[in-house]
Design a protein around this ligand. Structure first.
Ligand code: GRF
Length: 218
């Protein structure tokens, strides 16, 4: 395996091809389901061992049950501070020996404390060509702005919001007859493919991060 974070299976040049993966979701979970199905088809190594949610009513929970993936629900409302909440997440992720975290519609900003614990081992998918259209309504914002091309970005999570080094991007064109919902459908279709491709790159290629650039070494 290439890469790398700083512990366990994500150690530089550890050669480990079986990282344990957790996917974090707050809502629908279509990316989570696509990741599980692609993982089972062998599109990237390792295995998705856990779905983590901050929302017990998320549709992603039903998807996880159907896919037979264990669900960890930690209710943020039970904790006084973000760090207390995240300490529980870190403890549980260690219990499941999680090496890699994939955020997929997780509607919570992770603190520097958590990011440091999993430096370069947290990926996120965002439905725009970053750095354009950061934030929670990226597809609508891009559509309303009138862009002709938009897309999807998979990036590492750093201490900022939608700001970490970019691993992979894909574009879709916005046609005259597109509506917000046809554009959303195009974006989600691309997301369901590109996230697995990005995970595969991170887990199988040699890479480094140099001046915020994700650079493939071979
Ligand atoms: C996706 O558009 C993803 O890019 C964004 O949140 C949305 C999650 O959708 N971060 P789903 O829950 O995976 O269906």
């Amino acid at each position: 395996m290439g890469g790398r974070g700083d512990s366990g299976c994500m150690k530089p040049n550890s050669g480990c091809m079986k990282p344990n993966i957790a996917v974090f979701c707050s809502g629908n979970g279509s990316n989570f389901e696509a990741l599980v199905k692609n993982n089972r088809k062998g599109k990237f190594p390792g295995s998705i061992e856990l779905m983590v949610t901050d929302n017990a009513d998320a549709f992603a929970v039903l998807r996880a049950q159907r896919l037979q993936i264990p669900v960890l629900f930690v209710d943020p409302k039970r904790y006084v501070s973000k760090e207390d909440y995240e300490k529980v997440l870190v403890r549980e992720l260690r219990r499941f020996s999680i090496d890699l975290i994939l955020l997929a519609g997780f509607m919570r900003i992770l603190s520097p404390y958590f990011v440091k614990k999993f430096r370069n081992r947290i990926l996120n998918i965002h439905p725009s060509l970053l750095p354009a259209f950061k934030g929670a309504h990226a597809i609508k914002d891009a559509f309303e702005y009138g862009v002709k091309v938009t897309g999807v970005t998979v990036h590492f999570v750093d201490e900022g919001v939608d700001s970490g080094p970019i691993i992979l991007q894909g574009s879709v064109s916005v046609e005259n007859n597109d509506t917000l919902s046809t554009l959303e459908a195009k974006i989600h279709k691309l997301e369901h493919r590109i996230y697995s491709q990005a995970v595969n790159i991170v887990l199988t290629k040699k890479w480094k991060i140099s001046r915020r650039r994700f650079v493939l070494l071979s």
